[in-house]
Write a protein of this length. Structure first.
Length: 148
């Protein structure tokens, strides 16, 4: 499946010019960033903003890059997977935006995925390692402290 995607890379040079980069990709994989969800709208907005940054950095690698929430906010994981399928995804890769392997990472997200896998047996759904398992987290935390 070939599709044309327009990525907007902001390249700041001496003239502060903004250029558009158009790339063609053949990926049928959608990336879905899964966060907990919050009653506090600003927290959900942060997830949306992070998703946008990731989309700008990696849009040519995926059919789509979007977000979903486990609870308390929309879209739900179920609705977001449906949207990925409607956009033509043959594979959905969920990236849990969680710092530890608690119940949500170990049980709740896999249960949601299992329901959608039963609904879409032809769709490959994978769950990536949750954010907190990354070796880079310690360095990120230290860099935040050093900036304080």
């Amino acid at each position: 499946m070939n599709q044309l995607v327009v990525c907007y890379d902001i390249q700041l040079n001496n003239a502060k010019q903004v250029t558009n980069k158009v790339s063609t990709y053949m990926s049928a994989t959608s990336l879905l960033i899964v966060a907990h969800g919050s009653r506090r709208p600003q927290s959900n907005t942060e997830v949306k903003q992070l998703t946008q940054i990731i989309r700008e950095k990696a849009c040519s690698k995926y059919l789509s890059i979007s977000h979903a929430f486990l609870e308390l906010a929309d879209p739900s994981i179920s609705d977001a997977i449906d949207q990925c399928v409607e956009q033509g995804a043959k594979e959905v890769l969920l990236l849990p935006y969680f710092l530890s392997a608690g119940r949500h990472v170990q049980q709740d997200i896999p249960e949601e995925v299992a329901k959608k896998q039963a609904q879409y047996p032809q769709l490959k759904i994978q769950i990536a390692t949750y954010l907190g398992a990354s070796d880079a987290i310690a360095d990120i935390m230290l860099s935040l402290v050093e900036k304080t």
